[in-house]
Design a protein around this ligand. Structure first.
Ligand SMILES: C[S@@+](CC[C@H](N)C(=O)[O-])C[C@H]1O[C@@H](n2cnc3c(N)ncnc32)[C@H](O)[C@@H]1O
Length: 188
């Protein structure tokens, strides 16, 4: 099972029809599509990415699958998500996904960076509802990947463990370049 599938497997029984969810890096839309299927027409997915190509690909995928009506995509930096999300979502979002790194098969220079990723992760913690999940998947195989992983680890160290539970998914611990995943649950 790929690390992306592991995230979907975890969220499969947590997200219910009508839930609100966020994809912080929609890329080619695989996570957005999954979230849109789970929340159904009564729910909502808000997606963010900074590449016009990602927007085109994801929009097309959602339309093909007839799932575009429950999704709102923003061609915007996830650091600014608060400016685009409806007011009053704090404490109401069931699942937030961040798949860090670069868009596969495209320019490896456009990558997520700690200076924007970490503020977006901070915002995400505030948006989660009780028992909501923030899943962060970090890739290390590209230039800038290990720096981002280090920054995410330091960010994790600062999380209030009375309010949040952190679980790690390191599928290939012997391989230092293998992707890492953290599942953060808001306890109350
Ligand atoms: C690993 S890909 C995401 C893959 C995606 N989850 C999917 O299912 O295809 C990382 C994405 O993050 C986007 N990205 C980079 N910096 C960003 C930022 N500051 N805000 C939002 N998206 C960003 C990239 O354009 C890229 O599409």
């Amino acid at each position: 099972m790929s690390i992306v599938q592991k995230a979907h497997q975890h969220l499969k029984h947590i997200i219910k029809p009508g839930d609100i969810t966020i994809d912080g890096t929609f890329g080619k839309g695989y996570d957005t599509l999954f979230l849109a299927e789970k929340v159904g027409v009564a729910g909502k997915v808000y997606g963010f990415d900074i590449q016009p190509m990602a927007l085109e690909i994801t929009q097309e995928l959602l339309e093909k699958k007839n799932l575009a009506s429950q999704v709102e995509l923003f061609l915007e930096n996830h650091q600014k998500m608060q400016n685009f999300l409806p007011r009053g979502l704090e404490g109401k979002v069931k699942a937030i996904m961040f798949n860090l790194g670069y868009l596969p098969q495209t320019d490896k220079k456009v990558i997520t960076k700690p200076e924007t990723t970490l503020p977006a992760l901070d915002l995400s913690l505030a948006l989660l509802c009780p028992q909501g999940r923030l899943i962060v998947t970090v890739y290390l195989g590209h230039k800038g990947g290990s720096e981002e992983w280090e920054a995410v680890q330091l960010w994790i160290d600062r999380i209030d463990l009375e309010q949040f539970k952190v679980a790690y998914e390191f599928p290939q611990p012997q391989d230092p370049t293998a992707p890492k995943q953290m599942i953060i649950t808001k306890m109350f």
